[in-house]
Design a protein around this ligand. Structure first.
Ligand code: AMP
Length: 498
């Protein structure tokens, strides 16, 4: 960012919600924030949580933390006080940056803890971001001399499988993620207008790094809610060229919204983080063009494992997560850690500069995840024609009558039915088979369970078809829009449930 500010001082670096900062202004504000924090006694290596909904100030905050050598702990602003409290305590955050409307949540999360400083953005006064920036000095500020292995970002996993863990991302990891993004996902240019609508605490924030490195303009769609027509308005008004990151659920809502808006300025939409229904991907391409690139990644290898190029969004390849990213090694291994041949299923493992250092304060989980020098993703997949097909999370595999059934293939079969909008498949104990397949579906028109079972039997092996189908109004999702499979399972298998 410091370099981009020298190269493009007058270009707009970030705008949104009535705030606009040129690269020179962003650099000066970030430096003054870092200096202001130092003057308050915060030191290099201190963890500072950013619990702020998307807003333009996210940029001077995040880059200020990098410049000062602090460790950013971005937290999704939709989290509950108890979830935020866990992350603040687990990370040992010395300060938390938040918007005024989250004051109650932050107060509940912190309780009476006197150790965490509270920094409000969006208004002035004592303890505010504005006051800290005003108290700092950008003239002559020198960026902290960080080592590549120093921590830069604690990336808390989204917690679909229990308590979140803090993936320790170093400056080297972020640089590798940035370079891989430029190589494979989008060659950001100074002329680009990059829209951030997904949480900056996750994928969109990581994509701010290559966008800023290249001097592009970042437009932040403020707030935590996703309103498709407002997003389309923004794309048209701001002449957006790149959408930094969309979850598949967001694509679904954009496609369902009207098609009147002019969106032809768009040249790239990066999406991923969860499986996409191929029929939805096709509709999205019809609406916006062949500009979609899918990423498969995880916080532990920030957004960088495989990618599905726009050219590969057709036919069978569309059910894959694409090919291995340029500067990453990926292999599929069996239970003993030995690579399996192409076509065989196993756990996806990753190696390279992008892989995290381990989990914060959790040496046991770190050793387990990084055994043998490879990141064990916990995802089950197989390579075919050089493309990675993801089957499920390791713990979600259903074993019925001794055969493995991967929820995703059953979900894809269900989603191909015109009446099915969403599907979540899991296993429940079965005396005869060990486990049997259950599906929770959200439908857009009337359809019977029997018809869906026959439909599945026509497209996948009969033993994989659901034995029980429950019709639900919606599926529970986490703050990033990922379906909480275990919650669905617990809700539908609890005593007294249907
Ligand atoms: P997180 O660390 O919260 O981003 O979650 C990462 C997990 O999301 C991965 O381990 C996968 O299980 C899942 N995931 C990420 N990208 C994709 C994708 N393109 N397709 C299917 N699942 C994905």
């Amino acid at each position: 960012m410091t370099k981009a500010a020298r190269t493009h001082p007058t270009r707009i670096a970030v705008d949104g919600g009535g705030t606009a900062l040129s690269y020179a202004e962003l650099d000066a504000q970030a430096a003054a924030f870092a200096d202001g924090l130092r003057r308050r006694g915060l030191r290099r290596g201190d963890r500072i949580a950013v619990f702020t909904p998307n807003r333009a100030e996210y940029f001077p905050v995040l880059f200020g933390l990098f410049k000062g050598g602090f460790v950013a702990v971005p937290v999704n602003a939709k989290l509950h006080a108890s979830e935020l409290g866990f992350i603040l305590e687990n990370s040992g955050a010395r300060a938390v940056v938040f918007a005024e409307k989250s004051s109650g949540v932050v107060a509940a999360a912190l309780g009476s803890s006197p150790h965490t400083e509270r920094i409000i953005v969006g208004r002035g006064g004592p303890g505010s971001f504005a006051e800290i920036v005003a108290s700092g000095c950008s003239a002559g500020f020198a960026d902290a001399e960080v080592d590549s292995d120093d921590l830069a970002w604690l990336f808390y996993t989204s917690g679909t499988t229990g308590r979140p863990k803090g993936a320790m991302l170093s400056h080297r990891n972020l640089r590798a993620s940035t370079m891989n993004a430029l190589a494979d996902m989008c060659d950001f240019q100074p002329e680009d207008v990059v829209l951030h609508v997904a949480p900056l605490s996750h994928g969109s924030g990581l994509y701010a790094l290559p966008a800023i490195a290249r001097g592009a303009k970042n437009h932040v769609h403020a707030g935590t809610s996703f309103t498709p027509t407002a997003v389309l308005d923004t794309i048209e008004r701001e002449r957006v060229t790149v959408i930094a990151f969309l979850a598949p659920t967001m694509i679904h809502r954009l496609v369902e919204a009207d098609s009147e808006h002019r969106t032809s300025t768009l040249r790239r939409i990066v999406y991923g983080g969860a499986p996409i229904d191929p029929s939805l991907a096709r509709k999205a391409i019809d609406r916006f063009g062949s500009i979609f690139v899918q990423l498969y990644g995880q916080g532990e290898a920030p957004m960088t494992i495989t990618y599905l190029r726009p050219q590969d969004h057709h036919g069978k390849a569309m059910s894959s997560t694409g090919i291995v990213r340029t500067d990453v090694e990926v292999r599929v291994v069996d239970e003993t850690g030995s690579p399996v041949p192409e076509g065989a299923e196993g756990e996806v493992c990753v190696r390279g500069d992008v892989v995290m250092q381990g989990y914060w304060n959790n040496s046991e989980a770190s050793a387990e995840a990084l055994r043998g020098g490879w990141l064990h993703t916990g995802d089950v997949g197989r390579f075919e024609d050089g493309r990675l097909y993801l089957l499920s999370r390791q713990n979600d595999v259903i074993i019925s009558g001794g055969s493995n059934i991967y929820p995703r293939e059953v979900e894809e079969a269900l989603l191909a039915h015109p009446a099915v909008k969403e599907a979540c498949v899991f296993g429940e104990p079965d005396q005869k088979w060990g486990e049997s397949v259950v599906a929770a579906v959200v439908t857009s028109s009337t359809v019977g369970a029997e018809e869906l079972m026959v439909w599945c039997r026509d497209t996948i092996a009969s033993f994989k078809k659901p034995k029980r189908i429950e019709f639900v109004g919606s599926l529970p999702k986490n703050a990033y829009g990922k379906v909480l499979r275990r919650q669905v399972r617990d809700d539908l298998t609890a005593p007294g449930s249907p």
